[in-house]
Design a protein around this ligand. Structure first.
Ligand code: ADP
Ligand code: MG
Length: 252
């Protein structure tokens, strides 16, 4: 079984240290929710793993099946089995979803190998059926004039087509309405048996009512300070984060 390991990871933005020794191991098929107050470095973690150039890894390692991805280009990281939503442009006028996905799938293939069009559409339609997505959807231009829910649908479809081993999803800033929330949840639940390992960063306890996580981690000041099962998310909803911070301060 594949695993994604984050080992004593340190990340800086410019001179500022944001992530300060984070450890986390995700096995294929597991959903790990990362929660925590604003500004604790959750998005920084996701973006750095995605290879965003503004984020410098100053220590530690990120490995897929024992192999470090830190020296890899963004497309190599994807080929190693990671799905990183950030690598995709948010809006591509004039490019249909079907063609965009086709290029994305082609880009994952070994050099010299050609994508067979009939097979591609067959696979696309079977994934769309699984995710209950209307066929008309794929003729629309990528993210052009999309609602929050449609953007999510496009992202989930990308994920289904690329069949990654691990997905890192940051739902913090996307302003998910209930419709979008359901699309993400239904998509993730359909794909997790793949098996897909998921790091699900979210503020929303409500999302975790639909996607029941195997593990919940609280991030505070650049580290994971508490881990538990799905009940931890309920406790956080009832009591907030202050008690976790206090518990952590008492241990330090
Ligand atoms: P979270 O996702 O947990 O809310 P972030 O990772 O977005 O937290 O932010 C962590 C810290 O890093 C914050 O203090 C934020 O201001 C800072 N930060 C995030 N992105 C940038 C950036 N591009 N440039 C400078 N500071 C940043
Ligand atoms: Mg964030």
């Amino acid at each position: 079984m594949s695993q994604l390991e984050i080992k004593d990871l340190h990340i800086s933005i410019g001179e500022k240290s944001i992530v300060k020794g984070l450890n986390l191991t995700i096995k294929q098929g597991e959903v790990h929710a990362i929660m925590g107050p604003n500004g604790t470095g959750k998005s920084t973690l996701a973006k750095a793993i995605a290879g965003h150039p503004d984020y410098t890894i100053t220590g530690g390692d990120v490995l897929v099946d024992g192999k470090s991805i830190l020296g890899m280009e963004v497309d190599e990281r994807a080929r190693s089995g990671l799905f990183l939503a950030f690598q995709y442009p948010s809006e591509i006028p004039g490019v249909s979803i079907a063609n965009f996905l086709r290029a994305a799938v082609q880009a994952r293939m070994v050099e010299g190998e050609e994508l067979d069009a009939t097979g591609y559409y067959k696979r696309l339609y079977s994934k769309m059926d699984m995710l209950k997505i209307d066929r008309k959807f794929t003729s629309r231009a990528v993210n052009e004039g999309f609602s929050g829910g449609e953007k999510k649908r496009c992202e989930i479809l990308q994920m289904a087509m690329l069949e990654p081993k691990f997905a890192i999803m940051d739902e913090t800033d996307s302003g998910l309405d209930i419709d979008a929330l359901r699309i993400v949840a239904d998509g993730v639940n359909a794909l997790r048996a793949g098996p897909l390992g998921i790091m699900l960063i979210t503020h929303y306890q409500r999302l975790l009512d639909y996607i029941v996580p195997d593990f919940v981690h609280v991030m505070h000041d650049g580290q994971i300070v508490k881990s538990g099962d799905k009940n931890l998310a309920l406790e956080l909803e009832a009591k907030g984060y202050d008690w976790v911070k206090q518990e952590h301060a008492a241990k330090a």
